[in-house]
Design a protein around this ligand. Structure first.
Ligand SMILES: Nc1ncnc2c1ncn2[C@@H]1O[C@H](COP(=O)(O)OP(=O)(O)OP(=O)(O)O)[C@@H](O)[C@H]1O
Length: 283
């Protein structure tokens, strides 16, 4: 069955940091300026303006099809913007590839889990670290001392990262045989292994039960405090979003309809209408 989408009155929302920077001398980690993209003839995202502070936890929410994942695809250069600019730590990412953006500091997880199911948990993490390894192909084929040294250091680091989620004991288990919640946690560890300054989490709580979601919330806070990085999460679990995010940006039909603190967002008439409208359509 298809539901008709009712147009919502869109009010332009000015660009400003979701949360004032704690250290006013530090520039934001991310600035999106008038960002837009047309996908398959549809303006999936338009006039997207957002600034994320260096240690901010922000939420990107909105009804299904609002354009949230498209924003992540723009930030990670899966899609090239049709208009606008992305500044990552002040640097224009226009000419960068997905891998270069990752090296420059953006890591992400996906709505659908993307792990190497036949590799061990530790190897999944080490593959993600490969960007920062220095040994050459010959060194790895011949297993020269330089390769072995780096390999041991990578393994130790993988175990340290896994221990954030208390998963170091699973290092040798095949990733594909982990329970669902553990696979989602492993995805986050893999993203952290690339040393990001901005971590993008696409529906991290999807498919988790309530106790796993509470644990996830604590772990996101832990990561934030340990690494002092910015985190943007797309999430439909409003309890998680409202509890963890300092600032929230709401998308509907590819446009920002509201930005602000969780308190601002919960009482914003445009946001209430966007969500209630969806419920009415579904009846
Ligand atoms: N590759 C694509 N081809 C065609 N349309 C696309 C493509 N990517 C995104 N879209 C369209 O862009 C719009 C936004 O999609 P997007 O996946 O970003 O929404 P979303 O807010 O992440 O939704 P959900 O919460 O359901 O994941 C949708 O109408 C979608 O169909």
């Amino acid at each position: 069955m298809t539901f008709k989408r009712r147009p919502t009155k869109l009010v332009p929302v000015p660009s400003r940091a979701l949360v004032p920077e704690r250290d006013v001398n530090r520039s934001p980690i991310l600035e999106c300026i008038n960002l837009g993209v047309t996908v398959g003839g549809l303006k999936a995202v338009e006039n997207f303006n957002l600034t994320i502070g260096r240690t901010e936890i922000a939420g990107l929410i909105g009804p299904n099809g609002a354009g949230k994942t498209t924003v992540f695809n723009l930030l990670t250069k899966v899609y090239q913007p049709t208009s606008g600019t992305i500044l990552l730590d002040g640097q224009d990412t226009h000419s960068m590839t997905t891998m270069q953006v990752n090296r420059a500091g953006i890591a992400r997880t996906f709505q659908n889990i993307r792990l190497f199911g036949n590799l061990s948990v530790a190897d999944n993490v080490k593959v993600a670290m490969n960007n920062s390894m220095h040994y050459g192909m010959l060194s790895s084929i011949l297993r020269l001392p330089g390769f072995r040294r780096e390999e041991r250091a990578a393994h130790r680091r993988a175990l340290r990262l896994l221990s954030i989620f208390d998963m170091q004991g699973m290092a040798d288990v095949k990733a594909g045989s982990l329970p669902y919640g553990a696979q989602r946690r492993l995805e986050i560890v893999r993203a952290l292994a690339t040393n990001p300054s901005l971590l993008l989490l696409d529906e991290p709580a999807a498919g988790m039960n309530p106790s796993e979601t509470v644990e996830l919330m604590e772990n996101i806070r832990k990561i934030h405090d340990m690494f002092q990085i910015a985190i943007v999460l797309i999430e439909h679990d409003m309890n998680l979003v409202m509890n963890i995010c300092e600032g929230i940006c709401v998308l509907n039909f590819g446009h920002i309809i509201a930005k602000g603190t969780p308190e601002d967002i919960q009482s914003d008439p445009a946001v209430i209408e966007a969500y209630l409208g969806k419920q009415r359509e579904a009846r």
